[in-house]
Ligand binder design. Sequence first.
Ligand code: BES
Ligand code: ZN
Ligand code: ZN
Length: 495
Amino acid sequence: MKITVTPKKLDAIHADCEIVLIINQQLKHKWVKDQTDLSTLNFEAKSEESAFLPHQHRVYAGADSLDRDEIRLAVAAALKAIKNTNYKTIKIGSYVKTCPAIYTKAIVEGALLGDYSFDRYKSKKETKIQRELILSLEEYHDKELKLESAQNALDEATIIAQAANLAKDVVNAVPDDMTPEALANEAQKLADTLDNVTCFIGDEHFLEEQKMGAFAAVARASAHKPRFIHLTYKPKDAKEKFVFVGKGLTYDSGGLSLKPSEHMVSMKSDKSGSAAALAILKGAAQLQVPFEVHTIIGSCENMIGGNAYKPDDVLVAKNGVTIEVRNTDAEGRLVLADCLCYACELEPDYLVDMATLTGACVVAVGEYTTGIMGHNSALKDEMLSAADKSGELSATLPFNRYLKKLIKSDIADISNIAASRYGGAITAGLFLDNFVTDTVKDKWLHLDIAGPAFIEKEWGYNQSGASGAGVRMCLYWLKEHTYKINNYHDKDEEK
Ligand code: BES
Ligand code: ZN
Ligand code: ZN
């Protein structure tokens, strides 16, 4: 979908169809031209509700408030209602007199995220007509200035939504296609097409050289060899260093602690952390953020076989910490352990790891929400707020000293599973803490995206399957940091 902004009045724009958003169920508002029809349809304009009037060539959608996510949901709902029509041009008005940047972004993100579809494995592809969405800035005062800011907002939101959609493509690809090697090729492709981006790829020999004994053990039984991927975006005069680490299990069968069949289905999504880290790097480079951004990915398959790692093995991670394996299905933390050690050597100002790490996190906060963990409350709050603005749901989960004791081991330094299944998301986070150096502890966040990364039933503007969890929140977070260092307080960005 192509999206354009124009200072033209809505009535002066020629388009095949018009989208009308109804805020707060104000059905008597001047924008609502078909009140009789809508009341015949008993249309109440509730959140996510839409009504398409083909004779009028208008589609209405409700939003409970002017909150960013209400707008995203409404735009996506409106476009979904006219999905099967042959309209080529669609116009939409602006519904607020201020803050064009915020609302332009919300409209654009709602449209592009909602418009995503994945038909790579369908033998008959849906014919998708190339549509144009035209956004009128009619309501805003001071048109010249607002046009520029709306155009910037359009560009920024397009980058962010397309990054999330890239992550969805990577996650939705099946394990036989998206092997560690194929994921590394995706990373290399990004580096080849983006300015200021370089890519390093290491194989199983690199893991050995680096003494990444935990990662190597998980990877061992698969016919597909592991890949360690390090992407760097380095603009001139970069201010700070952000490092993103992603769990890239292209398949998680559980290993010898084999998953029951019903839990194994959808484990192609165990590469979601790496897909997010890849997409964030792409977004950051396209947004030209003034920071050095690194993406570190540990990619492999957790399989069974004669040479598989076993419960009872003791592994030695890159930093020398010894790990007793008690369950080979708790493999993500082993891969991340070595990747976090490597990441700390980069001396980051901020370190964020993303992983579909625990079913326990899904139990704790539900399927739609990311669990944010770390030692630094201010940093966790920053991410929480960025997630909220981006439209991603998140909640912080607190570490504590008692849960930390649950991962002790008799035979090694730590065990890869906790002594109790309660608090499993947090004990997994505390396991990772052993691989973050003291100087980085306060700069580190762990995002458990096991719930939202992949859901088999569509929700909001997310299709069934991958959602690109982590991408939008981290890109919003990077943007917030950009405003901070530029000492720039765009009124438009303030809620
Ligand atoms: N990849 C899974 C976690 C997961 C579960 C992701 C559900 C997405 C949806 C992870 O590797 C795993 O199997 N974790 C175990 C840990 C346990 C053995 C301590 C789990 O959550 O059951
Ligand atoms: Zn597992
Ligand atoms: Zn896993």
